[in-house]
Design a protein. Structure first.
Length: 472
């Protein structure tokens, strides 16, 4: 016993010296992390160190012990008071943690805190005794509040103090009042709001039921728990109408009461499975058609919220989004950027003339140096025609002359017009072979195999002239 007292006295003196040193040398942070000003407080039989001021950005969190074996009060410096407990918040004026009023849901927290406090006290003060007592093992998530009270009354005198503490906390909780108004919600049918998330309702007025995530607040980008009339229960069991034989299913729809206010009927389709809602017909379609594109929006749970057909930009003939055109209307050309297959449609202006050259491929050149000049000519008619279209497309009218090297074989594979090559270009080819004075006229369709096309109905926008000449 004397040895124990001596050890305790030495420990007490060492702690006192450490605390005094911290105060005299202004090294409070060595004892209390983040504290820059502190003082020693003493009672009849013990000393303790209290933080008076924390470093910038930290707040003082004061905690109270009910144990007779530890000092009654201690303080910490924390960056976020709410992380200690949801009832605390940072007071910027005093740089201290203050306790807020909470609603009745704190009762559940009190139960959890009481369990944790008692289990910790048992571990600290009577671990061996408790664990050997009839093989009892305490788990905080297995002890009901009433069992805690009964157990606290029978274990040790310390547990009696704990019981008094729990009673005092419960008494304090019973004086709290529910949150009946919320600045974050306009739900007039809610009776009690959630204190932690005040845009949600916890309990509705009589005649209404709680609809979880029943309303999406676009301003705050979150779903809210709201109260709905009991008649809306019928809406939840109502299914969207499905068109007989249709391969596209209605995924989401809005409902309404009929003119008699009795039956729930479908109002409009909001989203389709593997399709989009056509605003003209209100039905699901797989393709929105020319001048429109399909757009799908998702909610915060990554579920489809709406799928609808929207209009392309006025200059687009086809598009993948409002400002991403695939092809353009008459009088515009498609300006592709960064190698994409979509771009913007720009207005055609002015006139243009140019000459490009083609020779038979007999070597492989780097694509970067082939520009259609006489020094670096194109190696196929297809490449030359593609380049001619790119050169002439920004202009209202353009004449591109393609010169073929003589004494060489030139050919072009016949493609079907439905393959989409040189689509919607409206050009005419002038072909002169072997210095002949005769010109052979080929419209786009007949050049690619559709010989029934009428040359007289073709409206020229881009003129491509092909000659075979001898170059030295």
């Amino acid at each position: 016993m004397r040895k124990f007292c001596l050890q305790f006295a030495l420990y007490f003196i060492c702690q006192l010296l450490v605390i005094q040193q911290a105060e005299t040398q202004d090294q409070c942070s060595d004892i209390i992390n983040g504290c820059q000003s502190c003082q020693i407080e003493s009672t009849s039989d013990r000393f303790s160190l209290k933080c008076l001021e924390c470093q910038s950005g930290l707040s003082i969190l004061t905690q109270t012990h009910i144990s007779g074996d530890l000092r009654n009060e201690f303080s910490l410096c924390v960056p976020d008071c709410a992380r200690a407990h949801q009832s605390f918040s940072n007071n910027l004026a005093t740089s201290m943690c203050t306790c807020n009023k909470i609603n009745l849901r704190v009762l559940q927290g009190v139960v959890k805190i009481a369990k944790i406090v008692i289990v910790l006290k048992v571990v600290l003060l009577a671990r061996d005794k408790i664990f050997n007592r009839d093989g009892l093992t305490l788990l905080s998530n297995q002890i009901a509040l009433i069992q805690i009270f009964k157990y606290a009354q029978t274990v040790t005198p310390v547990s009696q103090k704990m019981l008094q503490y729990v009673h005092s906390v419960m008494a304090e909780a019973s004086e709290l009042f529910p949150l009946t108004e919320s600045e974050l919600s306009s739900d007039i049918n809610c009776m009690i709001f959630d204190f932690e998330k005040q845009y949600n309702c916890l309990q509705c007025k009589p005649g209404y039921y709680l609809n979880i995530d029943g309303y999406f607040n676009a301003t705050t980008n979150r779903n809210q728990d709201i109260c709905l009339s009991s008649q809306w229960i019928f809406y939840l069991s109502k299914q969207c109408n499905q068109e007989t034989g249709s391969l596209i299913k209605t995924l989401k729809c809005s409902l309404k009461l009929d003119s008699n206010g009795v039956d729930v009927i479908q109002d409009q389709i909001l989203a389709c499975l593997d399709g989009y809602v056509d605003s003209k017909t209100g039905q699901c379609v797989t393709n929105c058609g020319i001048g429109r594109y399909g757009s799908t929006s998702f909610n915060y749970k990554s579920m489809i919220d709406t799928s609808q057909c929207l209009d392309c930009d006025s200059s687009c003939y086809e598009c993948s989004s409002q400002f991403e055109c695939k092809s353009c209307k008459k009088g515009y050309f498609l300006n592709l950027i960064d190698g994409k297959n979509t771009g913007t449609c720009l207005l055609k202006e002015g006139q243009f003339e140019s000459t490009i050259y083609v020779q038979t491929r007999y070597k492989l050149d780097t694509a970067g140096i082939i520009d259609g000049s006489i020094v670096n000519p194109y190696l196929s008619l297809q490449d030359a025609l593609t380049a001619a279209y790119i050169l002439g497309s920004p202009y209202e009218s353009a004449t591109i002359t393609i010169l073929l090297f003589s004494n060489q074989s030139h050919s072009m594979i016949r493609y079907q017009s439905n393959l989409g090559i040189f689509k919607n270009q409206g050009w005419l080819i002038y072909l002169r072979i072997k210095q002949s004075d005769a010109l052979i006229f080929l419209d786009r369709d007949s050049f690619f195999g559709n010989h029934s096309a009428s040359l007289g109905t073709l409206k020229l926008k881009l003129k491509i002239i092909i000659f075979q000449e001898k170059f030295t």
